[in-house]
Design a protein around this ligand. Structure first.
Ligand SMILES: [Zn+2]
Length: 390
């Protein structure tokens, strides 16, 4: 999760049902949810941690006593608490600064945010309790290390496909911390090829979708959230909405949506980035040549998105006859030539499309200046992984 309540708002009642079924749960919060309040001088962020602990105790039907532990992964220390009566339920807090909805960060924490880390605008981010400093690489490695240590079977996280960030009242926008946290969890879990997969749950914009929880499930969800609110004195740092569930929170109480899993389609090369699925397609001619550009676009079954794989490892376009996917300095299609090394591709077990030593990469739309290009094959992640079905 990004904040101490995202699970209660966007994944519940799923979590309640997992706890009732006796499943072990490791819940990880990347930010302290400080809302720009100073962690050491304001009770707000700490009360949110106590609030989610109270909510999990209520879901488990136990007391709120916890066993505190510091977990160390690659020299990074993470504060962790398990319920004394249900020790297989553990909550861990990275306490990175709240990036605020648009990702601009707060002046309290030098305008650091996960979104800026993701866009390469800052090279590292420091925890609000000064217990850790992370680069993007070390943050992903630490989450990966936790998942391996706990032998996680499945990751449930927020929406990693929405790239529009803003306030809850901005239609279609999700909080930047939600989107980037979900992306980091996905990148950390991707190489593990988890049996249960990685499931994304919609955040703020699920208000736009119909209510889909039966009244009794919505009621359970609301009761748990009220337990959290009871501990957190106010809904926001300015205490403009104490102890009550206001819109849009009320909308979220009646909803819970996970993103559909990706589906392969015959004859298409689908990027692991994004649902709805995005297919590799041939577009317009490059100026002054017979070569044509390629890009990914929403899959539509059209012939520019259809490919044939030759025994020699070439990808032949079905629309640009006699043209093949070519690596060169940038990906494009050019006349098929069985001797051309930059038209020979192999598919690695992680789904990477490899030409020579380089891989086809579709940047995440939330990156700065995202593009389709050739780049490193490691680490295996959604950006360099593709689905192909003949
Ligand atoms: Zn949140």
């Amino acid at each position: 999760m990004a904040h101490e309540d995202d699970d209660l708002l966007f994944l519940n009642p799923q979590i309640q049902e997992l706890i009732t079924a006796g499943c072990p749960l490791d819940v990880v919060y990347l930010t302290s949810g400080d809302g720009g309040q100073p962690y050491n001088r304001s009770p707000y962020a700490k009360s949110r941690e106590l609030g989610v602990i109270a909510a999990y105790a209520a879901m488990a039907g136990t007391g709120q006593h916890t066993v505190a532990q510091t977990i160390t992964v690659d020299r990074h220390n993470i504060a962790s608490f398990s319920l004394r009566e249900r020790p297989e339920i553990r909550l861990s807090f990275f306490r990175l600064p709240d990036g605020l909805p648009t990702g601009k960060g707060s002046s309290t924490y030098r305008h650091q945010s996960l979104l800026k880390l993701f866009r390469g605008e800052i090279s590292s981010i420091t925890a609000v309790d000064s217990r850790g400093r992370y680069t993007e690489q070390s943050l992903i490695a630490t989450i990966n290390g936790l998942a391996r240590r706990w032998k996680s079977e499945r990751i449930r996280t927020l929406d990693f496909d929405n790239a529009f960030f803003g306030h809850a009242y901005t239609q279609g926008a999700d909080h930047s911390d939600h989107g980037v946290t979900a992306r980091y969890f996905r990148m950390a879990g991707f190489p593990l090829q988890l049996r249960g997969g990685i499931i994304a749950y919609r955040g703020y914009p699920m208000s736009l979708l119909p209510e889909n929880l039966a009244p009794e499930r919505a009621q359970v969800k609301q009761q748990i959230f009220e337990t959290y609110l009871h501990t957190v004195r106010c809904l926001d740092p300015h205490c403009s909405a104490p102890h009550s569930i206001t819109a849009p929170y009320r909308n979220w109480m009646h909803r819970q949506y996970s993103r559909p899993q990706q589906h392969s389609r015959p004859g298409t090369i689908i990027s692991a980035m994004g649902t709805p699925e995005r297919c590799l397609e041939v577009t317009n001619k490059l100026p002054g040549t017979v070569e044509r550009a390629v890009r990914t676009a929403r899959c539509n079954g059209g012939s520019p998105q259809l490919w044939h794989r030759s025994p020699a490892g070439q990808w032949q376009s079905r629309t640009a006859h006699g043209s093949c996917l070519t690596a060169a300095s940038f990906p494009h299609v050019s006349p098929c030539d069985s001797n051309a090394l930059d038209q020979r591709w192999r598919m690695a077990p992680g789904g990477q499309l490899v030409s020579g030593e380089r891989c086809l990469i579709q940047d995440d739309p939330a990156r700065r200046a995202p593009r389709l290009h050739l780049g490193p094959c490691l680490p295996v992640g959604p950006e360099n992984s593709w689905l192909w079905r003949p």
